[in-house]
Design a binder for this molecule. Structure first.
Ligand code: FMN
Length: 218
């Protein structure tokens, strides 16, 4: 399955089957993690079979695997962690796993990841074989999340369609994509987890629009 085809299929899943992740699937995720850590200077880690982090955290059930999003304390890595985290979420979806981003409802102190001096844990992504595939989040009007001259080009609208299906913290979708001159696109992301959300949204927008169609505005 192509990564772009996973976008409409992905939904947050919080209940998992009591079934260990197949080693071949873990290896595929590890490969993407290694690439992200190399390219973005992050310290993302895959932790399998740890029942502590989501114990007694409703509505999570059988959530024992997670991706720990660790990065530098100083050089704010949150947008990169959002971008890489969503790359991993869609990769997981493509290989038959389900996921849920978690910035709040987990026991942070129990996370079994190496967090070096000068590093910080920003969020985790729970993953496993979902009890069900999850369901589509409530649609919100796309027109309020974009500013573009009319008619907007197809690539921009395709990017928006993909962004509207991205997960955001508390499903706030507090963002606006603006099409500026010379095919430059600016993303304004506000509110809770705005920087993680920005990375997630940019990854989706790039997949929908095609990286070659535009450039990010500074
Ligand atoms: C940065 C971020 C943090 C999140 N934190 C939590 C969390 O702490 N607990 C939780 O149950 N869901 C969390 N979510 C999942 C969102 O609630 C979910 O993505 C949103 O409701 C949209 O639903 P969908 O992912 O099924 O499209 C988080 C999502 C994001 C992007």
């Amino acid at each position: 399955m192509q990564i772009i085809d996973t976008i409409p299929l992905r939904h947050s899943v919080r209940s998992f089957l009591d079934k260990p992740i197949h080693p071949a699937k873990a290896a595929q995720l590890q490969y993407v993690i290694d690439g992200c850590n190399r390219d973005f200077g992050t310290h993302i880690q895959l932790v399998l079979g740890d029942p502590e982090v989501f114990a007694k955290k409703k509505p999570f059930q059988n959530a024992v695997n997670y991706i720990a999003l660790v990065g530098s304390k100083k050089r704010d890595p949150q947008e990169a962690l959002g971008y890489c985290g969503q790359m991993l979420v869609l990769k997981a979806q493509a290989i038959g796993l389900n996921t849920c981003w978690v910035a709040g409802s987990y026991r942070k102190g129990k996370v079994k990841a190496a967090i070096g001096k000068g590093e910080k844990l920003y969020a985790v992504i729970a993953l496993g074989y979902g009890e069900n595939p999850g369901k589509l989040h409530k649609e919100r009007p796309m027109e309020k999340r974009m500013k573009a001259p009319q008619p907007a080009p197809d690539w921009f609208l395709n990017g928006m369609d993909a962004a509207m299906l991205a997960p955001t913290a508390l499903h706030k979708q507090n963002f606006v994509f603006t099409l500026e001159e010379d095919d430059r696109v600016k993303l304004k992301s506000k509110g809770v987890c705005k920087k993680l959300n920005a990375g997630i949204l940019k990854y989706h927008f790039e997949l929908g629009a095609g990286k070659e169609s535009f450039q990010w505005a500074k």
